[in-house]
Design a binder for this molecule. Structure first.
Ligand SMILES: Cc1ncc(COP(=O)(O)O)c(C=O)c1O
Length: 566
């Protein structure tokens, strides 16, 4: 019996017509992009102190203008400033805001209490008001439709994200490690997604692989690594750390039978992603030793050595120590040379977590902090922090590239058997556990080409200077204890006050949504923490911030007395 195959050509034509929509003509593409660009512009215009960040309840009465006013600066020498206590006079060009910053200029949207404010695609009618008015379902993105809807509606819905997020890139965002992204990075992403090469294999796209290698080798050289290092762009610092830790495990741990004996040493300020990586790597039963930090918040190397000696005596297997050059909480830098010496003595892998602090190595004033990093076995660093790339851009480096390759090269599937690569070509897919991955290189490469390294160096150096500036200005305020920053993170608190009172200070400072700082608890003490990292944050914003802190303290003092009296 033969079955007759009937082919429906009309049906196929209908499917073809429908699927051709995905090809988008140049005109369609151009119009879509133009409209998207307008939404982006509308959003970017809101990244200034006139616009509170969407996550907080807006103020009743606060106006940035009324916040302006600051202590008088005393010139010490070229480029140095010190502040006279109790001086409250503005110097020229100090507390004033420039166009698009703390103060609205002509043509800029300005909103005051009760003033309606709206732009294309914006959902707010007053500062943050629409957020409060919204029905819960309105905060949900549109559900997935069976048939496509117009770009205008889609963009309107998308732009509402801006109403609800912390506004990464806002100059007042100083919580956690604020993310930033530049226009060229977005264009790099556009090109990456449009060309869409398979960028992890030389045979698929040599040039894409090379672009990535140019970045990896450049970063390696920044830290003093030899050309025999290898690495990869990853989705972030945690994944970069995991790739490095997998290599450490493969080099230092004889077999999975030993996992229960393995010991990982971190400091009490090491990012918690490190321990998470250990369990993702299947080493949940390994021991994690948290080494206390010294009075400069750096890993105490004497205690590290003692812990290791004890562990060796107990037949445990110290295999990995993680030093951090730029702790997230404090910005402190562990003494890498001393940790290296201990690691070498005990045949351990040394990994350096430079995710937050790493790119400060570009800055002359911070270079010395990275001494010894060139001796680490591996490094994780985040271009989505220090190079202002969009989230989703980490980088792992392994000093001896062959170790990274050994750890990740497995037999390729037979469907790949026709690929011809030279033995000297190192495919990124053999240097990580990822296979198909976003072509991340252009989001880093394109901004560096366009602006040059010097622009990034200056931006980062400015953040270091701003941290110093904030420190100096807070230091001469009464009722403020402030820690001298190592990098761009400043910790401060009301000394002698309870954690609750210090939390109230945080609430007071962030009440109108113009500034977003967080708290952290270090060695049992709660601090407010300002991480100055956004490239839009400049001195005039800190002047407003400092004034806000001063006002909050005055208010808190009254409440304090009330507390004591009560
Ligand atoms: C020191 C440090 N390590 C690791 C991480 C984690 O990096 P990511 O969020 O890119 O995974 C961070 C994030 O802030 C960090 O500051």
């Amino acid at each position: 019996m033969s079955s007759e195959v009937v082919f429906d050509f009309d049906y196929l034509t209908r499917l073809e017509d429908s699927s051709r929509k995905l090809e988008a003509s140049p005109q369609e593409r151009f119009e879509m992009m133009l409209k998207a660009q307008r939404e982006v512009d509308t959003y970017l215009e809101q990244l200034n102190l006139d616009h509170p960040m969407g996550w907080v309840i807006p103020p009743n009465e606060t106006q940035v203008q009324s916040d302006l006013g600051q202590d008088k600066l005393v010139q010490l020498g070229p480029g140095q400033v010190q502040l006279g206590p109790g001086q409250a006079q503005s110097g020229p060009g100090q507390a004033q805001s420039g166009p698009g910053q703390a103060q609205s200029g002509p043509g800029q949207a300005q909103s005051g209490p009760g003033q309606a404010q709206s732009g294309p695609g914006q959902a707010q009618s007053g500062p943050g008001q629409a957020l409060l008015d919204q029905e819960p379902h309105e905060t949900e993105p549109l559900p997935i439709p069976e048939h496509g809807i117009g770009i205008d509606k889609v963009l309107r819905d998308f732009s509402r994200i801006g109403d609800q997020m912390e506004r990464e890139g806002h100059p007042g965002h100083m919580a956690y490690v604020p993310g930033n992204s530049t226009a060229p990075a977005a264009i790099g992403d556009f090109l990456a997604a449009s060309f869409n090469p398979y960028s992890l294999n030389v045979a698929s796209c040599r040039r894409a692989v090379k672009m990535q290698q140019v970045i990896v080798q450049w970063v390696g050289r920044l830290f003093g690594y030899p050309d025999t290092c290898a690495g990869n762009l990853t989705s972030g610092g945690t994944v970069a750390t995991m790739v490095a830790m997998a290599t450490a495990r493969d080099k230092k741990v004889p077999s999975s039978q030993d996992y229960h004996r393995c010991v990982l040493y971190v400091s009490e300020l090491t990012h918690d992603g490190v321990a998470k990586c250990l369990s993702t790597l299947g080493m949940r039963e390994a021991v994690v030793r948290k080494v206390p930090v010294d009075d400069r918040y750096r890993m105490d190397v004497n205690l590290l050595r003692k812990f290791i000696e004890n562990d060796v005596q107990s037949n445990l297997l110290p295999f990995l120590v993680v030093a951090t050059t730029g702790t997230t909480d404090v910005g402190s830098v562990d003494p890498v040379p001393a940790i290296r010496a201990v690691a070498t003595q005990y045949n351990m892998w040394l990994h350096v977590d430079a995710c937050y602090g790493g790119f400060f190595v570009l800055c002359n004033s911070a270079k010395h902090l990275f001494e010894g990093v060139e001796t680490a076995d591996s490094i994780a660093v985040d271009p989505h922090k220090g190079l202002y790339a969009p989230f989703g851009t980490g980088l792992v480096l392994v000093r001896n590239g062959a170790s990274l390759r050994d750890s990740n090269t497995r037999h390729h599937g037979s469907y790949m058997q026709d690929q011809r690569t030279n033995p000297e070509d190192w495919n990124p897919e053999d240097l990580t556990f990822e296979q198909s991955a976003h072509f991340r290189a252009p989001r880093v490469w394109l901004p560096l080409q366009l602006y040059g390294v010097a622009t990034f160096r200056d931006a980062l150096q400015e953040k270091l200077e701003l941290a110093k500036y904030l420190y100096l200005r807070l230091k001469c305020q009464p009722h403020i204890q402030v820690a001298e920053p190592v990098l761009s993170t400043v910790l401060f608190r009301i000394p002698g006050a309870s954690d609750n009172i210090n939390r109230s200070l945080l609430e007071e400072i962030s009440a109108d949504g113009r500034f977003f700082v967080s708290t952290t608890t270090v060695k049992g003490t709660l601090y407010l923490r300002a991480c100055i990292f956004c490239y839009r944050t400049h001195r005039q914003h800190l002047d407003v911030f400092i004034n806000k802190v001063k006002k909050a303290i005055v208010k808190m003092e009254l409440e304090w007395e009330f507390c004591y009296a009560g």
